[in-house]
Design a protein around this ligand. Structure first.
Ligand code: FO1
Length: 312
């Protein structure tokens, strides 16, 4: 079955890995959020593309949720000794990706071309597409003014109260090459919205002109996996953001956030009662083991999502 998955940070990369193990490489396209991207120390950093790359290549530091396993921090130590900015940790192995991506972009390559080159070099077969090759930057709005995403997420440790989001550059951004073709493929069997943060991992993708319409126009069922389990986010600030936005921290609220896009919604087994309520409201729901700890969990959830889509 051909599948397109929309993914952001850690939760998205985990399910993407499961999908990669279940589907032949040509049948899986990942559309990855680039709203977290920023320039730091003169380097172009693409965190969600890197989290997906390291995860699919088996190089990820899984406990940390970002960066590489077996990392060393000599560069950061030397940078700190010089009085350089050290709030954003760049490991010695990870640094090679940022330096080389920055060099290739400066030489005129697009983010898609750089991504294709890196994934080929690391032996990852899945088709991984940035949502856009144009700059889109997630801005976090707070009572004290707007914050760049990484300043909110890393420097300020997600502590500021969130009052809203905007995606700078989205109005001028075009879907990256291959994105609309993947979503418009007549043989597409499923569009998966991974259990990523709806606000800062999925909404930036939807903000790229043409993407939401392409998803709506597709005959393929759109299946989302809830990032909220039992009222809590599996990882990251999703539940805190919902609370601050006055949105109930429930899987139902996530389904409502995606509105009419969804043909199906998968909740964690602990939210079975919610699933019954949602099904009664007309949204096809199912429950599964959605907290992915092992590779087997990722593979089984991926298989479950695809089976659910086949029946939707
Ligand atoms: N997240 C942190 O919480 N602290 C860091 O120091 C940090 C460094 C970092 C370096 C490269 C990279 O690709 C990601 C990094 N992240 C870090 C994660 C980053 O903030 C991502 O945007 C989040 O994972 C959300 O997607």
């Amino acid at each position: 079955m051909k599948c397109v998955a929309l993914c952001g940070g850690v939760g998205g990369a985990k399910l993407a890995l499961g999908l990669m193990h279940v589907l032949p490489p040509d049948d899986l396209s990942l559309i990855v959020n680039t709203g977290d991207d920023f320039t730091h120390l003169g380097l172009h950093i693409s965190p969600d593309l890197d989290t997906v790359m390291y995860t699919l290549a088996g190089l990820a530091n899984e406990q940390q949720g970002w960066g590489r396993a077996g990392e060393t921090w000599q560069f950061m130590g030397a940078l700190r000794a010089l009085g350089g900015e050290d709030w954003f940790q760049l490991g010695d192995l990870d640094l090679a990706v940022h330096v080389e991506r920055t060099r290739r972009l400066a030489a005129g390559e697009t983010l898609s071309q750089v991504t294709r080159g890196f994934f080929a070099a690391l032996g990852v077969g899945a088709r991984v597409l940035p949502m856009s090759d144009d700059p889109v930057r997630t801005i976090i709005h707070t009572p004290d003014g707007p914050l760049a995403f990484q300043h909110y997420f890393v420097r300020d440790r997600c502590e500021p109260e969130v009052t809203g989001f905007s995606f700078a550059g989205s109005a001028q951004a075009k879907p990256a090459p291959g994105v609309l073709a993947a979503l418009g493929d007549p043989d597409l069997g499923c569009i998966v919205i991974c259990p990523s943060n709806p606000f800062v991992s999925i909404d930036p993708i939807m903000a790229v002109p043409g993407l939401r319409a392409a998803i709506q126009a597709s005959r393929a069922p759109v299946i989302a996996v809830s990032p909220i389990v039992g009222g809590r986010a599996i990882k990251g600030p999703t539940a805190k953001m919902m609370r601050e936005l006055g949105v109930p921290q429930t899987a139902q609220a996530v389904a409502a956030h995606y509105g009419g896009l969804l043909d199906g919604f998968i909740l964690d087994a602990t939210d079975a009662a919610l699933a019954a309520d949602l099904s009664a409201s007309g949204l096809a729901c199912a429950t599964a083991q959605s907290v992915m700890r092992s590779l087997q969990d990722r593979v089984e959830l991926a298989r479950y999502v695809l089976d659910f889509a086949a029946k939707a």
